[in-house]
Design a binder for this molecule. Structure first.
Ligand code: APR
Length: 312
C-alpha cells in the first residue's frame, strides 16, 4: 500500500512540500487549505507535471480533512505571516489558533500519523501541536534544524567553493536569532571548520546563518522563504516514511535532556518509522550550553503566553 502524506496549508511552503514529495514519490499527497479552489487547483496542476517529471503519485486538494484520512505523515504549514501593526504575541496567538485547528482536525481522521510542524514561531507551534494532539512526543516534531543547518552548510560551501555534499553542520536551539550553530561539530569531509576558515569569517557565517530567514524576507518583501523550508520538511517526512533513520536536527520535546524540561527545542534526532526514535544528548562546552539555554529561554517565553491562553 502506498504511503499517504497530508500537507496543511497550500501556500508557498505547503505547495512546495507537495512538489518535493511528489518528485520523491513519497506517497499519495493531500493538500488542505481554507481558501476554496487553491489546494484543488495546485493539486491538479502538480499531478499534470507527473507525466513530465515521471512521478505517479496522486495529489489531491481539499478544504476539509475527510480526504486526508489515514495519513502516515501530516506536515502543518498553515499560518499567517506577520502583518504591519501586529506584535510578536499577536502573530503567536493567531498562528496558535491555526495550528490548533489543523492539529485537531487532522488527528481526528489520522490518529496514528506523525506530525511535522513548519508554521512559525516554530518551536512554540510544535509545542501547540503536541499539547493539542496529546500524541506521544516522538510523533510530533518541529522542522527548523534541517533548514538552519542547510543554510549553514550552504554558506560554508560558498565560502570555500566546495561541494555542499561534503559539508556537515550542526545547528541546535530554537528557530530564531538565538539559534546555536555549532562550529566545533561542523566539518568539510571530516576536516574541522576551524582549520579551513579564519575565525572572523566563521563568525560572519554563523551570524548570516542566524539571520538566514530575515535575509530572504528582506529580498522578497512580501513573504518568507519557502523552497528550502519545504525541502527540509520533506527530508524529515522521507526519513520517517522510508524508515531511513537519518540523524537530523529537529525541534523535539525535551524532558531533561541538555538540562531543558517540558519544552520543544532543536536537538539532533534519529527519524524513522516511529517518528523521533532517538534524541542524541551530546556533550557541549559550557559556552555552547549557555547559548542553548539562552535560546530555550526565548522559546519558553512564547510557550508561557500560549499556556496562559489555553488555560483562559
Ligand atoms: N487551515 C488551513 N490552511 C490555512 C489556515 C487554516 N486554518 N489558515 C491559513 N491557511 C493557509 C492560507 O490560506 C495560506 O494558503 O496557510 C497558507 C499559508 O501560506 P503562505 O501565506 O504562502 O505562507 P508560507 O510562506 O507558506 O508560510 C507558512 O511556514 O515557514 C513558515 O513562517 C512561515 O508560518 C509560516 C508558514
Amino acid at each position: 500500500m502506498r504511503n499517504k502524506l497530508t500537507v496543511v496549508g497550500a501556500g508557498n511552503v505547503g505547495a512546495n512540500c507537495a512538489v518535493w514529495a511528489a518528485k520523491k514519490e513519497l506517497g499519495d499527497i493531500v493538500l488542505v487549505d481554507v481558501v476554496e479552489g487553491v489546494p484543488q487547483g495546485k493539486g491538479l496542476d502538480l499531478m499534470q507535471a507527473g507525466p513530465v517529471e515521471s512521478y505517479g503519485v496522486s495529489i489531491a486538494g481539499a478544504n476539509d480533512y475527510a480526504p486526508t484520512a489515514n495519513s502516515d505523515v501530516v506536515i502543518i504549514t498553515a499560518g499567517f505571516p506577520r502583518k504591519p501593526g501586529m506584535s510578536r504575541d499577536d502573530l503567536l496567538l493567531a498562528n496558535y489558533e491555526v495550528v490548533k485547528a489543523a492539529t485537531e482536525q487532522a488527528i481526528a481522521v489520522s490518529p496514528n500519523c506523525v506530525i511535522i510542524v513548519v508554521t512559525n514561531p516554530l518551536d512554540a507551534m510544535a509545542q501547540v501541536a503536541y499539547m493539542v494532539s496529546k500524541f506521544p512526543k516522538n510523533r510530533v516534531i518541529g522542522m527548523a534544524g534541517v533548514l538552519d543547518s542547510a543554510r549553514f552548510r550552504t554558506f560554508i560551501a560558498m565560502e570555500l567553493n566546495v561541494s555542499v555534499e561534503n559539508v556537515t553542520a550542526v545547528v541546535m536551539g530554537g528557530h530564531g536569532d538565538t539559534m546555536v550553530p555549532l562550529v566545533r561539530l561542523s566539518s568539510v569531509s571530516g576536516i574541522p571548520l576551524t582549520e579551513l576558515i579564519p575565525a572572523d569569517r566563521l563568525n560572519a557565517i554563523v551570524d548570516r546563518t542566524r539571520n538566514g530567514g530575515a535575509e530572504i524576507v528582506k529580498f522578497l518583501k512580501t513573504g518568507s522563504a519557502y523552497y528550502a523550508p519545504a525541502a527540509s520538511a520533506v527530508e524529515m517526512a522521507e526519513s520517517i516514511l522510508r524508515d531511513k533513520k537519518k540523524v537530523l536536527p529537529c525541534a523535539a520535546y525535551l524532558e531533561g535532556e541538555y538540562g531543558i524540561d517540558g519544552l520543544y527545542v532543536g536537538v539532533p534526532c534519529k527519524l524513522g518509522a516511529g517518528g523521533i526514535e532517538k534524541i542524541y544528548e551530546i556533550k557541549l562546552t559550557d559556552e555552547e550550553t549557555a547559548a542553548l539555554h539562552k535560546s530555550s529561554a526565548s522559546v519558553k517565553e512564547l510557550v508561557e503566553v500560549i499556556k496562559k491562553k489555553m488555560a483562559a
